[in-house]
Design a protein around this ligand. Sequence first.
Ligand code: LLP
Length: 413
Amino acid sequence: MDHFNYKDGELFAEGVALKDIAKKYGTPTYVYSKATLERHAKAYIDSFESMSGLVCFSVKALSNISILKTLRISGCGFDIVSGGELHRAILAGADPKKIIFSGVGKSKDEMVAGIKHNILSFNIESEAELDRLTSVATEMNKVAPVAIRFNPNVDAGAHEFTKTGRKSDKFGVSTKTAKELIKKCTESKSINLVGLTCHIGSQIMELKGFEDAAKQALELMIALDELEINLDFIDMGGGLGVSYVGEETFQPSELIRCYETIFAGRNEKLILEPGRSISANAGIMLTKVEYEKDGFRITDAAMNDLLRPALYNAHHDVWPLVESNKQTTEVNLVGPICETGDFLAKNINISASQDDLLAVKTVGAYGFVMSSNYNSRPRAAEVLVDNKKFYLIRKREDHSSLTAFEEGLDDQI
Ligand code: LLP
C-alpha cells in the first residue's frame, strides 16, 4: 500500500498535489511519501512475535539522509555496504549498535571506520576478508564483531543480476567453509563471533527460497550448539519482492512467520535487511514530456535518472498527473540520452502530450541511488512529503556541481 492517489482527477502524494512539487522544484524530481515509509517499517517491526527482532534497512536502496532519519525514528537500524553508507547512517543519527556492515570487498579503511564506530557486526564473506579484519582489529587493539555469511546455494528466482544465493554467485561461503571460519573466529582474540547471516537475492516473489535458506541456517546453528558456540543473532538478509505490474506479494509478517516457525525455540535475535519492500513504492519520479514524435514521448528524465528499465528491462507503471478522458496511445517513453537503451517504459498505453507531467511509479528503491551524471546531466532533486507539507531533501544538481571535482584549467596539465 502507498499514499499516491488521484483526488478529483489529480495525482497526490499524501495531502500534496504533485503538480505543486513540479511547479516549485521542476522535473525530473523524486518524491517520497513519509507515511508510506513509516508504514512499511512498522509492518516489519510489529511482526516479530516469538523472536526478538531488528530491522536493518538496506541503505543501498534509498540513501538520502532525511529518509534514513525517518526510518531511524521509526525504529530501524541499517545494513550498509560501504564507508559512504556508514557516513550517511551516522549523519542520520543511527545507533551504531544497529548497523550491520555487509559486502564482499570491504577495504581496510572501511574496517577501521566500522571498528571506530563500534558497529554491531561485520558480515564476513571470505577467509581473506576475515584475515584482514583480524589484523586491522589487532593493530587497533580492538575486538571486531563478526557474522559469517553463508551461501545456501538456492535459486529463488528474480533477475539474473540480483540473485545472490547460488554457489556460482560471488557472495558468502559454503556451509563447510562457514563452519571453518566460525571456528577460526572463536580462536581469535581480536574477533567476537556474534552471528550467522545470508542473503539470497532481491525482488523474490516466493517464500520457498527464504525457507530453504533458513532451514540450512538452522542446521548450521544446531551444529554450532554441539560445539558449544553461541550466536547473538541470525541475519536472514532482505529480498522480499514488491509489486511492479500488479503481482501478488507477501507481507513482511508472512516472511517473519515463516522464519519464526523454522527457528522456533531458538534464542538468537532475528535480524532482517529489507530495502525494496520498505522504500520501493514510497517513491515516484516526476517527469515532463518534452516532445511527441511518432510512437515516442521524449521525457526530461532519462536512464541516468532511472537506470532500472535500461539495466534490467524493469517495468515501472507511469501515471499522468492529471487524469484525462483523452484517447490513450501505445508509446515508448524515452529520455534525451544518446543511446537506444535509454527508455523509461516501452509499449505503454497512455495519453501524454507535450508539457504533460507524468509520475513514474515504484522508484523509491534503487531509483535515485543508481542515478549518474551520464551525458553530463545534473542529478534530479529529491522531495519528501509529510502529510500536507513537502520538503526539499536534495537540491537538483547544477552545471557547477558537474565539474566541481575536476582539475586542470590552470594550465598545469
Ligand atoms: N542485504 C544485502 C546483503 C543485499 O545485498 C541487499 C540487496 C539487501 C539486503 C536488500 O535487498 P532488498 O530487500 O532490497 O531486495 N539494483 C537492483 C537490486 C540490487 C539488490 C542488491 N542487494 C534493482 O534495482 O533491482
